[in-house]
Design a protein around this ligand. Structure first.
Ligand code: XMP
Length: 492
C-alpha cells in the first residue's frame, strides 16, 4: 500500500487518486495546513520515517521537507513558480525513466531547496528552480518540486507509475470490485445486528451507499427520502421508483416541503439558507425516526459523503478556509446516532464504477451531482414557490435538451440558476419584464476544480429558445463561462 502523507494540501487527494487509478491501494494520513517549511508550527513527519528503509517520494512540500530534514537547505523563494514550467531532465534515473529531455510540468510553490540534502544528486531543474528534482537512489528516496498528479504535468502519470512499480515494486491490488466487497464486509462488521437509517438525496452517492448497505444488511436498512420541496422535477417519484425496483421495502418518503419553504421565507443570505435547510433536515429526520421508524431502534445514520465533500467542508484547522457548509455533514451533530459513510473514501467516478458492479441502471448512475440543499442554492436570493417552479421547469428543459443532443454525459454537472433580476424583453407585440436564467455546465473530475463546458453554440441557442418559449417568467438566458476557482460550481 502507498501512504500519502498529507501536510494540508488538497493535492494529497489527487495523488492518492492517481495512485488508485494505477491500480495500487493508497491511503492518506492527514496533517495540518502549512504554507512553508520554515514557518513556525509547519508540520513535520517523524524523522525516523527516513530510517525505515522504505521508498519515499517527496512531492512539492514533501521535497522541501527532505531538503530541510536531511541536511540540505530551504529558502523562501524570490522567484515564485505557479503554473506550467519546462523541466530540464539532467539524469534519467528510476523515477524519471522514459521521459524526454524536456518535459512540461506544473508548479505551485514559493520556497526552494537551495542546498541538496546529504547524499542526494540533482536530477532535474527549471529556469527558476535549480533543484526541481533530486534523488538518493541507494536509499530509494526521491524528491520532486512539481506536481505529477495534476493533468497539466504531461507525463505525471509516468512518473508516479515509475515510483509505484519501478521503485516500490507495488502490486496492483486496487480494483473496484474488491473495493465494493471490502466496503460491504466492513459495513457488516461495523453494524453488527443493529439497524441503520440512510437519507436519500436523489443523487448518485446516497443511492450507491444505500445499495451497498442493502447488500450488507438487507432489511435492517431503512431509507428516508425527505421531499424538501427543493428537489428537481419528478425527482421524488423517479428515485423512489428506482429504489423500490431494487427490492427496497423500507423506504419512507416524507413530504416536508411546506416546512422547508415556510422557514426559508424572506431569507436571502446563502449561509443562512444552508443553515436553515440543514437544521430543518435534522428536525424532519428526527421526526421520521420517532414516528415512521418507531418500531425499529435505529443506531446508525448512513450518509453518501464522498471524498470531495470532506475536503471542502474540512475546517479542521484554524487556518483552513471554510468554503461552504455542506449540509449533509452537519446532520449528525445533534443526533445521537453513530455515523456510517460507506463511500467516504471514494471519488465520484469510483462511486459510479461501484454502482455499475451493483447493476444500478446507467441512467441513475450518470445523473449529474445534485447538492443536498437542492434548488435553494440555485435561486440567488429569496426562495418563493413561484421562483422554484420557474427554475424547476427551466432546469428540466435544460437537462432534456442536453440528453436529446447527447451532450449530457459529456458534462460533469449542468443546471439552471434563477437570477432574481428582471429585465425587459419583447414577445409578440408585448413588452415583458421577467427574470434572468443562468445556465451552468461544467467539466470536472471531482468537483474540486472545474472548467466551463464548451457547449456547441447551436445547442445553446436551442436550449435558450426552448426555455424562453416554454417557461413563463423568464425572458433572458445567460451562459456562465467562469471557472472554479475563482467561482464555485453552485451559486450559493
Ligand atoms: P461548489 O459549489 O462548492 O460545488 O463548487 C462543488 C460540488 O459540490 C456540490 N455541492 C454540494 N453537495 N451538499 C452536497 O451534497 C452541499 O451542500 C453542496 N454544495 C455544493 C456541488 O453541486 C458540486 O458538485
Amino acid at each position: 500500500m502507498i501512504v500519502v502523507l498529507n501536510f494540508g494540501s488538497q493535492f494529497a487527494h489527487l495523488i492518492a487518486r492517481r495512485v488508485r487509478d494505477l491500480g495500487v491501494k493508497a491511503e492518506i494520513f492527514p496533517f495540518d495546513t502549512p504554507a512553508s517549511v520554515d514557518e513556525k508550527n509547519a508540520p513535520h513527519p517523524d524523522k525516523n520515517i527516513f530510517e525505515l528503509g522504505i521508498p519515499i517520494l517527496g512531492i512539492c512540500y514533501g521535497l522541501q521537507l527532505m531538503g530541510e530534514m536531511l541536511e540540505g537547505a530551504v529558502e523562501r523563494g524570490e522567484h515564485r513558480e505557479y503554473g506550467k514550467e519546462t523541466l530540464r531532465i539532467l539524469k534519467k534515473d528510476a523515477l524519471l525513466k522514459g521521459l524526454g529531455a524536456k518535459e512540461i510540468v506544473w508548479f505551485s510553490h514559493g520556497d526552494q531547496v537551495t542546498q541538496l540534502p546529504k547524499d542526494f544528486v540533482k536530477t532535474a531543474s527549471t529556469h527558476g528552480c535549480s533543484h526541481a528534482a533530486f534523488a538518493d537512489a541507494k536509499r530509494k528516496m526521491y524528491g520532486i518540486q512539481f506536481h505529477p498528479e495534476v493533468t497539466h504535468t504531461v507525463h505525471g502519470t509516468k512518473i508516479l507509475s515509475n515510483f509505484l512499480f519501478g521503485i516500490c515494486k507495488a502490486k496492483k491490488d486496487w480494483n473496484i470490485s474488491s473495493v465494493a466487497k471490502g466496503i460491504i464486509e466492513k459495513m457488516q462488521e461495523t453494524v453488527g445486528n443493529e439497524q441503520v437509517v440512510i437519507g436519500i438525496s436523489g443523487g448518485v452517492d446516497s443511492l450507491v451507499a444505500a445499495t451497498l448497505l442493502y447488500k450488507a444488511i438487507g432489511e435492517r436498512l431503512h431509507a428516508v427520502f425527505v421531499d424538501t420541496g427543493l428537489l428537481r422535477k419528478d425527482e421524488v417519484e423517479g428515485v423512489s421508483k428506482a429504489l423500490r425496483a431494487r427490492g427496497f421495502k423500507n423506504l419512507h418518503v416524507v413530504d416536508a416541503s411546506a416546512d422547508f419553504l415556510g422557514k426559508l421565507k424572506g431569507v436571502s443570505d446563502p449561509e443562512e439558507k444552508r443553515k436553515i435547510i440543514g437544521h430543518t433536515f435534522i428536525e424532519v429526520f428526527e421526526r421520521a425516526l420517532e414516528k415512521e421508524l418507531a418500531a425499529h431502534p435505529v443506531t446508525f445514520l448512513a450518509q453518501g459523503t464522498i471524498y470531495p465533500d470532506r475536503i471542502e467542508s474540512a475546517a479542521t484547522s484554524k487556518d483552513a478556509a471554510k468554503i461552504k457548509s455542506h449540509h449533509n455533514l452537519t446532520l449528525p451533530e445533534t443526533m445521537k446516532l453513530k455515523v456510517l459513510e460507506p463511500v467516504a473514501d471514494l471519488y465520484k467516478d469510483e462511486v459510479r464504477k461501484i454502482g455499475k458492479t451493483l447493476n444500478i441502471p446507467h441512467e441513475m448512475l450518470w445523473r449529474h451531482p445534485f447538492p443536498g440543499p437542492g434548488l435553494a442554492i440555485r435561486i440567488v436570493g429569496e426562495i418563493t414557490p413561484e421562483r422554484l417552479s420557474i427554475l424547476r421547469e427551466a432546469d428540466s428543459i435544460f437537462t432534456e435538451e442536453l440528453k436529446k443532443a447527447k451532450e449530457y454525459e459529456k458534462i460533469w454537472q449542468a443546471f439552471a440558476v434563477l437570477l432574481p433580476i428582471k429585465s425587459v424583453g419583447v414577445m409578440g407585440d408585448a413588452r415583458t419584464y421577467e427574470y434572468m436564467l443562468a445556465l451552468r455546465a461544467v467539466d470536472s473530475v471531482d468537483g474540486m476544480t472545474a472548467d466551463w463546458h464548451k457547449m456547441p453554440p447551436v445547442l445553446l441557442e436551442k436550449i435558450s429558445s426552448a426555455i424562453v418559449g416554454k417557461v413563463r417568467g423568464i425572458n433572458r438566458v445567460l451562459y456562465d463561462i467562469t471557472q472554479k476557482p475563482p467561482a464555485t460550481i453552485e451559486y450559493e
